[in-house]
Design a protein around this ligand. Structure first.
Ligand code: N7H
Length: 508
């Protein structure tokens, strides 16, 4: 969670966030080394609502509490403690089906409700390239009504805390799926071996400014985003002016909650993404042999970072662990300076999912990437996933690998315009980033995001071979399989704490 320094309290011209009311996972993240997700169906609405009011509400972890815990952890570390504090966190979300049961509303008639959320994850799966047939039964339509997120410092502690919450709800719910993830022995690294959680959008009103050279950033390179992109009833990003320019420090229109009680809530995307580690390694080995490249370099070119987290845009040829570990440096780069993907391929995972100033401008050349970047900032996600499944064991082989991967979580105020847009229009789209030229002229087709891009078959990525610092050798990464497969997903709404205490959601 060193991804942002917190400075609660609004800077002049920025909104004051109602941190007591926003659930803790949304803007900061529940502290965790383990997390149990409990998906449930509501079987008795009235009893469930009463139990939420009486028993669950007061155990939901707010953002204020998460911020307090961050300070507590920092103080313990400063005092030389290396152990983990015995902290548990609980958050709660509902699908559209769950909200319909609780409120009796016909969500189809609610103006402004995100269509992706209203229709549910399973109905959107095809459009994202998911293989619905591979999804676990509980996530097939109609899917669960809600989910508890229960975090702790160990898996047994998360499991025990989750069981206590479930017990408190008695027979008003039926658990349909329950799964616990945990940080890997190589802490913070996902199953392909890369440090995760390095880059997050900063949030105006919450993230401390650490870059004296740029008041629109938290840590150097971490753009500050208006909170309405993640939580309802705050200003969102500014809209571009007629010439395509924007003033980042000017707030955009308020992101109104579609229903009054959705104020201070956020949409959460949950995806159970299996990672085929052996298939990934086999593809990296075959492609590096073909290209005469070092394996680690090929894998780093696919991700856009080295295993340590060091960005290849800054360290193009070899890992620099000190760079990866330094939050003042590991996001301090842009892509427009790398016009011919010599340092980082256009389709590398981090360049596809957050192209920074890479988008071609609609505006005048003098804006140099800035207008494009303004639209990129409306596609940001606050990520909060956790790995699941065992470590790789001897005897596993391609095709018979154990189920392991990432339970991907992200927060936003529009699943359609944020998560789905990034997955569908960027990661899965071989033409994105559009309009790039080869060094000697001629168009570039960047290819798929080689980590999460879904094409239902063969995928390619342009220019795995670095032409750094100059050169124009053409190369293509050919991928015959996907290494990341969705095996379930859900779209949830995370209500504010006041909405869980009283109001139509809980029958008062
Ligand atoms: Fe990604 N990986 O291990 O390769 N991701 N991701 N992701 N991802 C990131 O910056 C990974 C997934 C984003 O701001 C890093 O935290 C894996 C989905 C975004 O520079 C690594 C899976 C989506 C960023 C991985 C997976 C995204 C990001 C670098 C699935 C959204 C920030 C560390 C199993 C559609 C980009 C870091 C930025 C970073 C990996 C899923 C999006 C190492 C294995 C589904 C926005």
């Amino acid at each position: 969670m060193a991804v942002q320094r917190l400075a609660v309290g609004a800077a002049p011209g920025e909104p004051t966030l109602r941190l007591d009311d926003i659930q803790g996972d949304v803007l900061v993240g529940l502290q965790k080394d383990a997390e149990c997700f409990v998906f449930f169906a509501i079987t008795d609405v009235v009893v469930f609502q009463q139990n939420v009011r009486d028993q669950v509400c007061h155990v939901i972890t707010s953002t204020t509490e998460v911020v307090r815990r961050e300070a507590q952890i920092a103080a313990a570390k400063a005092a030389g403690s290396t152990g983990r504090l015995p902290i548990t966190g609980v958050n709660l979300g509902f699908t559209a089906a769950g909200l319909t049961k609780l409120t009796g509303l016909n969500l189809a008639t609610v103006a402004g409700l995100d269509p992706a959320f209203a229709n549910g994850a399973s109905t959107r799966a095809n459009g994202l390239g998911d293989d619905l047939g591979a999804w676990k039964d509980p996530f097939q339509a109609p899917g669960p009504d809600g989910v508890f997120l229960v975090t702790a410092r160990t898996a047994p502690e998360a499991d025990a805390a989750a069981s206590a919450v479930v017990q408190g709800l008695g027979s008003s719910i039926a658990v349909v799926w329950r799964e616990t993830g945990a940080t890997r022995p190589q802490r913070g690294h996902e199953h392909f071996g890369f440090l995760d959680g390095v880059s997050q959008p900063g949030v105006r009103g919450l993230t401390q400014r650490m870059n004296p050279a740029n008041p629109d950033q938290g840590l150097p390179g971490q753009e500050l985003v208006w909170p309405g992109e993640f939580v309802f009833d705050y200003p969102g990003q500014p809209e571009p002016a007629a010439d395509g320019s924007t003033r980042k420090e000017h707030q955009g229109p308020n992101v109104d909650p579609p229903l009054a009680w959705m104020r201070d809530g956020s949409y959460m995307v949950w995806r159970r993404l299996e990672q085929k580690v052996l298939a990934f390694r086999a593809a990296v080995a075959a492609e590096s042999d073909k290209l005469g490249m070092d394996r680690e370099l090929v894998a780093a070119r696919m991700v856009g970072r080295w295993p340590s987290g060091a960005p290849i845009s800054v360290a193009p040829l070899q890992d620099e662990p000190a760079l990866g570990a330094d939050p003042m440096k590991n996001n301090d780069f842009d892509f427009a300076i790398d016009a011919h993907q010599r340092r980082c391929p256009y389709a590398a995972h981090i360049r596809k999912t957050y192209p920074r100033d890479d988008l071609n401008d609609a505006g005048p050349p003098s804006l140099a990437g800035k207008a494009g970047e303004a639209s990129v900032q409306t596609r940001r996600l606050r990520r909060a996933g956790i790995p699941f499944g065992p470590e790789l064991r001897d005897g596993e082989a391609v095709g018979t690998e154990a189920s392991r991967g990432l339970m991907f979580v992200c927060y936003q105020t529009s699943i359609t315009d944020q998560f789905e847009f990034v997955q569908r229009s960027w990661a899965n789209n071989p033409d994105f980033v559009f309009g790039k030229q080869r060094p000697g002229g001629g168009p570039v087709t960047p290819g798929h995001d080689p980590i999460i891009g879904q094409a239902g078959g063969a995928r390619t990525m342009d220019e795995p071979l670095p032409n750094y610092p100059a050169g124009s050798l053409r190369s293509t990464l050919d991928l015959t399989t996907q290494f990341v497969d969705s095996t379930g997903a859900g779209y949830f709404f995370m209500p504010s704490l006041p909405a869980l205490r009283s109001g139509p959601l809980v029958g008062t």
